[in-house]
Design a protein around this ligand. Structure first.
Ligand SMILES: Nc1ncnc2c1ncn2[C@@H]1O[C@H](COP(=O)(O)OP(=O)(O)OP(=O)(O)O)[C@@H](O)[C@H]1O
Length: 574
C-alpha cells in the first residue's frame, strides 16, 4: 500500500446536544492513499460533507483520530486547513461581485502564489474548464460555469490533497469526462503524491476511482477498489453492490434492535474489504486499525512565518482588496453608506437638536389689573404659547389631558404682595411671599422641555423685576440673584442641547453602522459558504476581522468628514 494521505480511525461526530443530538459519523474508519482517487459514495444525508469538513479541519471531531498529510488538521503550520488542501464545497461559495480572474487571484494570494504563477494557472484553468474570459463577473455566469469556477479555485495551487464535494453536478457529460481525465492525470503522474477525495451522486462515475468508500448512516460499509468489490460481490455495477450492502446493513440493524430488547448490544455491521468474505460481514476490520495512530504522524509542521499565530499582513491585505472590490461593485450601496450618517445628522439638527419652542402653557391670572398682566406679557412668546384660562381647575385639566405643558398661576393679591415684598422687607410674612410668587404646575415627564420652561420663566421673571425696580427708581441689578455667572472656562454662556449631544450622535451613528455592516458582511459570507472557503484556504477569522476593521476605517473617514461638514459648517455646532 502507498503512503497514507488521509486516515480516520474510530471517528465520531455529532451535531447538537442532549435531546437534539444527531450522531452523524459513527466509528468511521477511512484510508486514502497518496497518488489515488478515492470516491466517497452514499445517499444524501449520510454524512459525506461532515466527514470532508472534519478532514479539512473545519469541524472538530467528538472523538477518534484524523490524520491528514501526516498530521492532525489544524496543527499550527501544517497547511491543513491551508494551501496543502484544495476544497470544493457543495455550494457554489464564490464572491458574486468579483470576476473570475479576481476570484482566482484572491485565493492565489492566500496560497502565497506569485503573480506569474497566478496568471499562468488562471490561463490554464480557464482553458481547461472551458470558462469564459477572466473579466466576467461571477454573478453573470451560468450555474454550471459557477461550479467550474469553484472547481478551478480548488485546483488552483495544485494541492497535495484535493477534496471535491460533488464537482460534477450540473456539468455536461463531455466536461464531466474531461474533469475525470484531469483528475486521473494528476494522480497517474510519475511519483504523484496528490490524493483526491471525490463525492458524487453518480455512483457509476466512481468506477474510475482507485478506491471507493460506500457510506451509510455515518459508517463505511465497504472500502476497496471498484473492480475488487465487483469481483467480490460478483456484480458488474457498483450501484447494485451498494444496494446489497444497504440491505445487509439494514438487516443487521434490525437484528440488533431485536436483540437489544432482550439484552443490550452494540451494532455489529462491520466494514469489509478484499481481505474479507462479503458474506461474513462480522469479520474483523482492516488490519491497519491495529497500528498505532502516532505512526501516521510524519510531518513536523513547517516553520511558520508567524510562530505565535500572529495575523499575516498579506492575508489581511488580500481580504481588504476583496472588500474594496466588493464596495466598488456596489457603488449605490457605498454611496448610501457614506451619506446615511449625514442624513441622520441633518435630521437630528433639524428635528431634535433645536431648543424646544411653541410650548403651550395654560395661564390663569386671578388679578383684574396689575403687575401680573405685565409679567405675562414679558414671557418669551417664542418658547411659550400662552393659552388663557379663567379657572385653575380647567387649566390643570388641560395639563392632565396633555393639551398644555403646565400652568402659570397669578394670585389675587399678586401686585400688592409683590410691592410689599420689594419695599418693606421687615413687614413680609409667609403669606405675602406666597401671594407674591408666580405659581407653576408643570408636566415634567420630558426633562428637556421642563428645563427649557424653567429657564424661560425664570429669565422672564428676572427681566420683569428689573423693569419693576427701574419704575420705582431703584437699581435694576438689585433684582438679580446674588450669584454671578462669569465667563465659562469651557463652552459658551448659552449652552445648547444640540452641541452637547451632537458628538455622541455622530459617534453612535458611525460606530453602529460600521459594526452593523461588518456583521452583515460576515453573516452573508457565512451563509454563502465563502467564509468557510476562505478559512479552509488558510485565512484566519482574526485576519478577516482585521481586514474588515481596515475597510470600515476607510469608510469611517469619509463618513465622519461628511458629517463634520454638515454639523460644523451647515448647522454651526461647536
Ligand atoms: N451544522 C449542522 N447542524 C446540524 N445538523 C447538521 C449540520 N450539518 C449537517 N447536519 C445534518 O447531518 C446529516 C449529514 O449531513 P451531511 O451534509 O454531512 O450529509 P451528506 O451526505 O453530505 O448529504 P448530501 O449528499 O445531501 O450533501 C444530515 O442529517 C444533516 O441534516
Amino acid at each position: 500500500m502507498g503512503e497514507v494521505a488521509v486516515l480516520t480511525r474510530h471517528l465520531y461526530k455529532s451535531y447538537g446536544k442532549k435531546k437534539t443530538k444527531l450522531e452523524v459519523l459513527k466509528d468511521l474508519d477511512m484510508t486514502v492513499t497518496r497518488g489515488t482517487i478515492y470516491g466517497l459514495l452514499g445517499p444524501s444525508g449520510c454524512g459525506k460533507t461532515t466527514l470532508l469538513r472534519c478532514i479539512v479541519g473545519r469541524l472538530q471531531v467528538d472523538s477518534g483520530n484524523v490524520i491528514v498529510l501526516g498530521n492532525k488538521p489544524g496543527t499550527r503550520g501544517h497547511g491543513v486547513p491551508g494551501s496543502l488542501v484544495g476544497y470544493m464545497p457543495q455550494e457554489i461559495a464564490l464572491f458574486n461581485k468579483m470576476t473570475i480572474g479576481e476570484t482566482l487571484s484572491y485565493f492565489g494570494r492566500i496560497h502565497r502564489m506569485s503573480s506569474s504563477e497566478r496568471k499562468s494557472r488562471t490561463e490554464f484553468l480557464l482553458q481547461f474548464l472551458t470558462l469564459p474570459e477572466a473579466s466576467r463577473l461571477v454573478e453573470n455566469l451560468s450555474g454550471g460555469q459557477k461550479r467550474r469556477v469553484s472547481l478551478a479555485v480548488a485546483l488552483l495551487q495544485e494541492p497535495e490533497l484535493l477534496i471535491l464535494d460533488e464537482p460534477t453536478v450540473g456539468v455536461d457529460p463531455t466536461l464531466r469526462e474531461r474533469i475525470w481525465e484531469h483528475l486521473l492525470r494528476i494522480t497517474r503522474q510519475l511519483n504523484s503524491r496528490t490524493a483526491i477525495i471525490i463525492t458524487t451522486h453518480y455512483i457509476e462515475e466512481a468506477r474510475q476511482a482507485d478506491k471507493v468508500g460506500l457510506m451509510r448512516n455515518g459508517r463505511l460499509l465497504a472500502e476497496d477498489s471498484p473492480n475488487t468489490l465487483m469481483n467480490l460481490y460478483k456484480e458488474d455495477s457498483l450501484e447494485t453492490i451498494f444496494l446489497k450492502l444497504c440491505h445487509a446493513d439494514q438487516n443487521t440493524l434490525n437484528m440488533n434492535l431485536k436483540d437489544e430488547n432482550q439484552q443490550p448490544k452494540k451494532p455489529q455491521m462491520k466494514m469489509v474489504n478484499s481481505t474479507q468474505d462479503p458474506v461474513m460481514e462480522t469479520t474483523p476490520l482492516l488490519q491497519q486499525r491495529s497500528q498505532n495512530i502516532e505512526d501516521y504522524i510524519q510531518n513536523s509542521p513547517e516553520k511558520c512565518q508567524f510562530p505565535f499565530g500572529l495575523p499575516s499582513p498579506r492575508n489581511i491585505f488580500t481580504q481588504f482588496l476583496k472588500n474594496i472590490t466588493f464596495m466598488k461593485r456596489n457603488i449605490g450601496f457605498l454611496l448610501f453608506q457614506f451619506i446615511l450618517p449625514s442624513i441622520q445628522i441633518i435630521l437630528f439638527c433639524v428635528c431634535i437638536g433645536n431648543a424646544p419652542y411653541g410650548l403651550k402653557m395654560a395661564i390663569v391670572n386671578n388679578e383684574t389689573q396689575g403687575l401680573g398682566e405685565l409679567f405675562i406679557r414679558e414671557l418669551d412668546n417664542n418658547t411659550i404659547e400662552k393659552v388663557l384660562y379663567k379657572d385653575m381647575n380647567a387649566a390643570l385639566d388641560s395639563v392632565r389631558h396633555g393639551e398644555c405643558w403646565g400652568v402659570i398661576g397669578i394670585g389675587q393679591n399678586f401686585t400688592q404682595d409683590l410691592i410689599l415684598r420689594f419695599t418693606n422687607i421687615s413687614a413680609v410674612d409667609n403669606k405675602t411671599i406666597e401671594g407674591s410668587s408666580v405659581q407653576l404646575y408643570l408636566d415634567t415627564t420630558n426633562q428637556q422641555i421642563t428645563l427649557q420652561l424653567q429657564e424661560t420663566i425664570t429669565n422672564s421673571f428676572q427681566v420683569f423685576t428689573e423693569m419693576l425696580l427701574k419704575t420705582f427708581n431703584q437699581n435694576p441689578n438689585l433684582g438679580q440673584l446674588p450669584i454671578k455667572f462669569n465667563d465659562p472656562i469651557y463652552g459658551s454662556r448659552d449652552p445648547n442641547f444640540r452641541n452637547f449631544i451632537a458628538p455622541g450622535i455622530i459617534l453612535s451613528i458611525t460606530f453602529f453602522m460600521a459594526t452593523g455592516l461588518t456583521t452583515l458582511s460576515f453573516v452573508i459570507e457565512k451563509k454563502e459558504g465563502l467564509l468557510d472557503r476562505s478559512l479552509t484556504a488558510g485565512m484566519s477569522a482574526f485576519e478577516i476581522l482585521l481586514a474588515h476593521v481596515f475597510t470600515q476605517l476607510f469608510v469611517l473617514i469619509v463618513q465622519v468628514t461628511l458629517v463634520m461638514v454638515f454639523a460644523l459648517a451647515v448647522f454651526e455646532n461647536h
